[in-house]
Design a protein around this ligand. Structure first.
Ligand code: ZN
Length: 256
């Protein structure tokens, strides 16, 4: 059984070597490592080059929490210069629940400006995009449609089911995090989407709730998402893992 953790902020993990080793032991064979801003994007490339013994796939982009306008050009240049190394442009998007963007206005305008610039670049380079869309699901969907992107992943999807139906109709994908164990919204998304369009992720090192208390996630925790998904779909784990691994490789244009 092989798993693909499609969303990890490896540069934020404390024990990187240990986490990669534990992931491999748990069957997590491939890991997508996502950048958030100029500094972390540079670090992601360093980590990718330093750990060729693992199957790491970098994604570069500016996250809506870190809308550093002045770095946009440099990040875009970095993306272009690594176009053959990266599996996607990400993590990019909009977040209307974020404090700076709660009220309409400047915060949202800046997020939107950076998001659309990166969508345009992804289209130009013909790369998949990894979208952070919390509280802004509908606007994110409109924009990826407007920029005519074809390979779109709505990461950690917990939005409304009616928007999810539109996302699926477009041929897009969602990913689910360990919050699937307790989030009703994530569970509703898991039930709606076919397995062929669901990817696993941990968003490590995000901390999640568990019956034993909160824990800081690592890529190995993709197994928790698999277990819960198998339970919700009433399909055995091995079969779910096979379908999802294939879907992940298809989405990122990676040879299995
Ligand atoms: Zn993330």
């Amino acid at each position: 059984m092989k798993l693909f953790d499609t969303h990890v902020h490896l540069n934020q993990i404390e024990d990187i070597d240990g986490a990669l080793k534990r992931a491999k032991e748990a069957g997590v064979d491939k890991i997508l490592i996502a950048g958030l801003n100029l500094e972390s994007n540079r670090r992601i490339i360093e980590l990718y080059n330093a750990h060729k013994e693992y199957n790491l796939y970098p994604a570069l982009g500016i996250h809506p929490f870190l809308p550093e306008e002045k770095t946009l050009e440099e990040v875009c240049a970095l993306i272009k210069s690594h176009r053959d190394d990266i599996a996607a442009v990400g993590e990019i998007g909009l977040d209307y629940w974020y404090k700076e963007a709660r009220k309409k206005g400047e915060g949202r305008d800046l997020q939107r400006e950076l998001f659309t610039a990166q969508l345009e670049l992804a289209g130009e380079l013909d790369k998949p995009v990894i979208i952070h869309s919390r509280g802004a699901w509908s606007d994110c969907l409109s924009l990826v449609r407007e920029y005519q992107l074809k390979q779109v992943l709505f990461h950690w999807y917990t939005g409304p089911v009616d928007i999810l139906k539109e996302i699926l109709n477009e041929g897009f994908y969602i990913s689910l995090s360990p919050s699937l164990e307790y989030s009703k919204d994530a569970q509703a998304a898991a039930k709606e989407a076919p397995l062929e369009r669901i990817l696993l992720e941990t968003d490590s090192p995000v901390s999640y709730k568990s019956p034993g208390g909160r824990y800081v996630s690592e890529p190995k925790d993709a197994v928790r998402v698999l277990k819960k998904l198998s339970e919700l779909k009433e399909v055995d784990e091995e079969k779910v893992a096979g379908i999802i691994y294939k879907a992940s490789c298809t989405f990122f244009n990676i040879v299995e």
